[in-house]
Design a protein. Structure first.
Length: 637
């Protein structure tokens, strides 16, 4: 329902007053709008967009100043930047394409918040923003590239238009801008609105990773649509004959069963026969649908859209300097504080102000170590300096750091994961290496800025104390063993049959075997069945085909109340929560269609150990088809 008292209507400036009054009286809205704001954006605006979005910069600066006064650590800044500051322009970016100059100003504001301690004092930016926007897996911090994130948010609108062409938004925009053209191929006219330009930018991002899943094949062009794969946008190679240009994929299907017609495929696309036969079609009338190829479900997500947009703007040299280490396991999943993680990341990325780095930036004439007078590199400061060597000698570890080693800091960090702390530190298997490096760094800074030397023994004790404090502050998570036992039918539920289904798949041959067994409430076997098929592409597809075959068999036996159980947790979750999986789009549709024919049906997960009978039946069916294939020519080829 629309609240007429809270609603307002906007007219153009040249609209006469009598027409305004007539319209307001006819629809029941008496207030005129256009001057207010909604979620920080003005209701109406002109061609100048800078004034419209200046509020975003002001809010980000005010928020960053307030957080800068709280003396946040690098880890605290990381959380605030990603969770708070980067979220401020999200609503605006989901509606409009921000000007490039504004994106640079937003990026500059985020950059200054990350590197500076005080708003009025700028510090050195040790790494470019492009490197910071890399994912943590690729050596960055996962900061958002503003323009790529803007495009990914706009693509949500485009995806909605593609998936829901009959919704009000789609009908209004398509009726105004592409009434006689296809949305996926329409070009902007001479004077498009700012909003429509943003929609087309999102559309262009989606088209690069857009695929098509086949149901009945009636709405998919044989030559123009990417329907051959759910992993990459793949079209048949042409050029087609003149009499084949307008063919649909349905022309390759049998009308009676909706299965692939091998003879027609041999005539039109003989080189793609096996690839096409791997695609499953619907036997229950599912329509063709667009899918986003970068997600398992086929639904568009801003996260995958963002990384797709980011990859489109990357240069080959962007990844030449990436250290060949597993950033996730070595640093971000380490059992030490977030502050230590950021510190280790900065050290490996040469983002610490050691003498060599300052000399390379032209900020120092003398880059000598404050302890010994030699050139201060990262490896010298933490391992080769006499002060650092003394610290490592006194550190209670099973392995002593060799000051003459020729390893980088990253290589030593990886090796330290196998080191064990000796008693009586009380750390056990907890890591001590990051805390020792942090204490060496703090001792170096204390000597430079306070002219106070900290003895190596005190440095070691401080590191152990901080490591123990962190370890004792962590809440131990109790390991909970999940029980997947399925509820048994109640004693009064007569006529309910339980069906155990399983699929077996051979990757080398692409053959899948399907088996199912029916038992009553007393666990006595009622019936069983099996089948097998070629051109099965995954174990998940084998499990889904097995359930579809089992349901068909169930209906043939006249069973109307069934509990169907499978050991594929992903498949059962998709069926119960109506989650789509693009690889088995048509099979899921058929399963839901068959399920609607039962009086009662329930899909449940069962551990593999309790599904041994169905598993044996499926494996036998698979091996039987493999044996028949090896003893004779491949049918149909």
């Amino acid at each position: 329902m629309i609240n007429l008292q809270k609603s307002s209507i906007t007219f153009s400036k040249k609209k006469p007053q009598d027409i305004r009054d007539r319209v307001k009286n006819s629809i029941g809205i008496t207030r005129e709008g256009g001057q207010g704001k909604y979620l920080g954006l003005s209701e109406s605006f002109g061609r100048r967009k800078k004034d419209l979005f200046n509020l975003i910069i002001d809010r980000m600066r005010q928020r960053s100043i307030s957080y800068s006064s709280r003396f946040l650590s690098s880890a605290g800044k990381l959380v605030m930047l990603k969770s708070v500051l980067s979220a401020i322009p999200t609503y605006s970016m989901s509606c409009f394409k921000l000007p490039a100059e504004l994106c640079k100003r937003i990026q500059s504001s985020l950059t200054r918040f990350w590197w500076d301690d005080k708003p009025d004092k700028k510090k050195m930016c040790w790494l470019s923003w492009r490197k910071l926007t890399r994912s943590k897996k690729q050596g960055g911090l996962g900061f958002r590239d503003i323009q790529s994130f803007n495009d990914a948010l706009l693509a949500k609108i485009s995806w909605r238009i593609i998936q829901n062409p009959d919704c009000l938004l789609s009908r209004v925009l398509k009726g105004k801008y592409c009434l006689d053209h296809d949305f996926l191929s329409v070009k902007p006219n001479s004077s498009p609105s700012h909003r429509w330009r943003g929609v087309l930018i999102g559309r262009d991002l989606i088209v690069n990773q857009l695929g098509r899943v086949i149901g009945d094949g009636l709405s998919t062009s044989l030559w123009m649509d990417p329907w051959l794969s759910t992993e990459h946008p793949t079209k048949p190679t042409g050029p087609p004959n003149k009499n084949q240009e307008d063919l649909k994929v349905a022309s390759l299907l049998k009308e009676e069963t909706n299965d692939w017609d091998r003879e027609k495929i041999q005539q039109i696309l003989p080189h793609l026969l096996e690839e096409i036969l791997k695609i499953r079609t619907s036997r229950k009338g599912a329509h063709d649908s667009y899918v986003w190829l970068l997600t398992k479900s086929g639904e568009y997500s801003v996260k995958t859209g963002y990384y797709a947009s980011l990859s489109m703007h990357e240069l080959p040299e962007d990844y030449q300097s990436i250290q060949p280490i597993n950033w996730i396991s070595v640093i971000w999943q380490g059992k030490f504080s977030p502050k230590m993680k950021v510190f280790l990341w900065k050290t490996i990325q040469e983002a610490l102000p050691v003498g060599e780095n300052l000399l390379n930036r032209g900020l120092l004439d003398n880059a000598c170590c404050i302890h010994c007078g030699e050139l201060e590199t990262t490896e010298h400061l933490f391992f080769r300096c006499p002060y650092a060597s003394e610290v490592w000698i006194q550190t209670p570890l099973t392995t002593t750091v060799n000051p003459n080693q020729n390893q980088t800091f990253a290589e030593t960090l990886i090796a330290s994961r196998a080191w064990t702390c000796l008693p009586p530190t009380g750390l056990g298997s907890g890591p001590l290496f990051p805390w020792i490096c942090w204490s060496i760094w703090k001792a170096r800074n204390t000597l430079i800025f306070e002219d106070r030397r900290i003895p190596p023994t005190e440095t070691v004790l401080k590191a152990i104390r901080e490591a123990k404090d962190w370890q004792s502050a962590q809440i131990l998570k109790k390991s909970v063993t999940k029980s997947f036992t399925s509820p048994n039918p109640q004693p009064g539920e007569s006529g309910i049959v339980t069906c155990f289904s399983d699929g077996a798949w051979c990757k080398d041959t692409g053959i899948g075997g399907f088996g199912w067994i029916f038992v009553d409430t007393n666990r006595a076997e009622v019936n069983r069945g099996s089948s097998a098929e070629r051109f099965v592409t995954s174990s998940l597809m084998a499990e889904a085909l097995s359930i579809r075959s089992a349901l068909n068999h169930t209906l043939e036996e006249g069973i109307s109340n069934i509990h169907l159980k499978s050991d594929s947790q992903d498949l059962i979750r998709a069926l119960n929560m109506h989650v789509q999986i693009k690889e088995i789009y048509d099979i899921l549709f058929d399963i839901h269609s068959l399920a609607s024919l039962f009086t009662s049906i329930w899909f449940g997960f069962v551990p593999r150990s309790e599904n041994a009978s169905a598993d044996s039946i499926a494996k036998f069916a698979k091996c039987r088809l493999i044996s028949s294939s090896s003893s004779g020519p491949h049918p149909g080829l």
